[in-house]
Design a binder for this molecule. Structure first.
Ligand code: 5GP
Ligand code: MG
Length: 187
């Protein structure tokens, strides 16, 4: 039986930045805002996986429109906490975005390069509108001018894990957003 206190990797955290309760409350708030803004629009959600998987799953269940969902996979982090190359779209969408009101959903806005590239791609494919919703925003790290339309939390410039975000593909299953103890980033 899993521990009711959560996965054992919780012990690897140095500190928690966003608790599960705060995430839940904020996603409910984003849902209210999105339901209002997309009330009269045919909505298509495009989640950027793997990072946005858990956020998108919880956010979608707050949305009341008969939306369509697709995913695309972008990759820039191949090595620990450093982006080792420009963002690449390594797995394309399946649905046609022409004429659609697209909401891009991602885990975190950091340098801005990934969402700028994906938003440009979706626009070039003929979407009627493109907006972005991110759970986390590290505003101090931007390298290209890009702002999200919907932001869960502004966070400081620290490499975070949990709730979909990984370090070397681990820690995505943590229920909170936190910062690892330095020895786990080193190893
Ligand atoms: P950007 O292109 O905005 O620099 O980065 C976007 C992607 O980098 C995010 O979707 C996420 O996958 C990854 N990333 C940026 N900052 C962090 C972080 O603090 N923690 C984790 N786990 N991934 C991050
Ligand atoms: Mg990502």
């Amino acid at each position: 039986m899993p521990s009711p206190k959560g996965p054992p990797e919780l012990k690897h955290l140095d500190h928690v930045l966003v608790t599960p309760a705060a995430i839940k409350r904020r996603i409910a708030g984003l849902g209210v805002q999105l339901n209002h803004d997309y009330a009269s629009k045919d909505m298509m959600v495009v989640a950027i996986v793997n990072g946005a998987l858990i956020f998108a799953a919880d956010l979608l269940r707050q949305l009341s429109s008969p939306l369509r969902l697709d995913c695309l996979r972008a990759s820039s982090y191949h090595d620990g906490t450093k982006a080792t190359h420009e963002p690449r779209i390594v797995d394309q969408m399946k649905l046609d975005v022409r004429g659609q009101h697209v909401l891009l959903v991602d885990d975190i806005l950091d340098t801005g390069k990934t969402l700028a590239a994906v938003a440009g791609l979706v626009r070039s494919k003929g979407a009627a509108s493109v907006r972005t919703c991110v759970l986390l925003d590290k505003k101090g790290r931007r390298q290209v001018p890009f702002e999200a339309d919907y932001v869960g939390f502004d966070i400081p410039n620290e490499f975070v894990v949990g709730y979909g975000l990984d370090f070397n593909e681990r820690y995505r299953n943590l229920p909170c957003i936190g910062v690892l103890k330095p020895k786990y980033y080193a190893g």
